[in-house]
Design a binder for this molecule. Sequence first.
Ligand code: URA
Length: 204
Amino acid sequence: VEPEAAAEMTSLAAARAAVQGCTRCPLYEYATQAVFGEGPAEAEVMFVGEQPGDQEDLAGKPFIGPAGQLFDKALDSVGIDRRRVYVTNAVKHFKFEPRGKRRIHQRPNAGEVKACSFWFGLERELVKPKLIVAMGATAVSSLAGSSTTLSSVRSRVTMLEDGTRMYATVHPSNLLRIPDREEAARERERFVEDLRAIKTLMGP
Ligand code: URA
């Protein structure tokens, strides 16, 4: 497959079709399909996660599994309408390790994140969001560089190189992995507080 020419992808629909032929990194070999972002091309806010999970890989849609359900609930609780925002991932193919019948999520490495920034960059150019919400360390490093840690930018607005505002928060999957119940509840509340701040930044 020839490397896709960015100049030919002048719409989200064209990019969405082309990403299925992507061989920029090895992840395409094992995933069911690439999972492109979803939402209106005129969205003012773009939410970015890490990569599709098991269910997203099968369905071809971002944030529909357990993390997506937590995300939906949290959006609902602060009054952000998911249909009005663009939701995507830094990496478009699911990376996993097979364990019996299960597929265990693996973090994408810096090379995979960089390779996929071609697609994420296209989405950013085509949607031109006013605000990008980075959920988790992978989204933060894709947007702000691998030396930027989530804790150094969390819960506030920072400016990206191209002038777009970024608001960083945790990844909803991380909230599902906290074993201590009280800590989990506290961290969920902090996530909802971040979304409330984002809702305020979004305006009416
Ligand atoms: N985690 C992500 O980062 N993205 C998804 O789409 C699902 C789970």
